[in-house]
Write a protein that binds this ligand. Structure first.
Ligand SMILES: Cc1cc2nc3c(=O)[nH]c(=O)nc-3n(C[C@H](O)[C@H](O)[C@H](O)COP(=O)(O)O)c2cc1C
Length: 219
């Protein structure tokens, strides 16, 4: 019989997820060293997506002037300016055959297989994408981007790094200012990363969640 073990650090992981909250006020004096940000970058890149298609790109903004200019396009919220690294998660516009071919080439390079061996898989992906309206495809791709957001926040929390997921932004302005539209992508959500200010009152506000029994169905 298989022996199931609860990893020793399960409590620590859950404690860190309780410790995480959507930071309203970052400590402007504390910046993440490049080595501390690297695992978060890797967590973004390692996020799973449907078919593995990775219909995304992540902008990482540390330039102070650029970060500050985004406050007025973030409903006046100051986290994009005050954080250490502002991550903007963007979705590929007009996902199509070129992207699928690019992905197939990457599989061949990484796994040492031939394009011919992936012909069926390629056809399946093309079929899925081409059966969708452009709007439905964009919506589907956008859902994948949120998986990366979740993975980024959870990884940061486990590492004791703060974040704030932010949809309260003017996406079109982010697209323009950061060159996201010009690169063929669209802003989905922003995620300032850094360290909480000691006087951010929200860090002491109890977390509001429905009880497990209300949201978990056991069959
Ligand atoms: C997709 C998404 C968008 C959000 N947008 C904002 C935002 O623009 N500004 C903000 O302060 N919080 C934002 N939040 C944070 C939520 O309000 C917060 O996660 C929720 O109230 C639960 O609280 P907690 O994350 O502190 O546990 C957003 C959260 C998510 C998941």
């Amino acid at each position: 019989m298989e022996t199931l073990m609860i990893p020793d650090n399960a409590d620590q992981v859950i404690d860190q997820l309780r410790w995480r909250y959507a930071v309203k006020k970052f400590d402007t004096t504390r910046k993440l060293p490049a080595a501390a940000f690297q695992p978060l970058e890797d967590a973004l890149v390692l996020a799973p997506s449907s078919y593995g298609i990775q219909p995304w790109k992540f902008w990482v903004v540390t330039d102070d002037a650029m970060k500050s200019s985004l406050v007025e396009h973030s409903w006046g919220q100051t986290q994009p300016r005050d954080c250490s690294h502002l991550v903007v998660l963007a979705v590929r516009k007009n996902l199509g055959e070129t992207d699928i071919n690019h992905y197939v080439e990457r599989i061949c390079a990484v796994r040492g297989v031939t394009p011919e061996s992936l012909a069926g898989y390629r056809k399946m992906m093309l079929g899925t994408v081409s059966r969708m309206t452009p709007e439905a495809c964009q919506e589907w791709s956008t859902r994948q981007v949120y998986i990366a957001l979740g993975q980024l926040m959870a990884t940061a929390a486990v590492l004791g790094i703060d974040t704030c997921p932010m949809e309260g932004i003017v996406n079109a302005k982010y697209d323009e200012i950061l060159g996201i539209a010009a690169a063929g992508y669209e802003t989905v959500v922003a995620c300032p990363v850094g360290y909480r200010a000691a006087d951010d009152a929200y860090s002491r506000t109890p977390k509001v969640r429905f009880p497990n029994a209300e949201v978990i169905v056991r069959l």
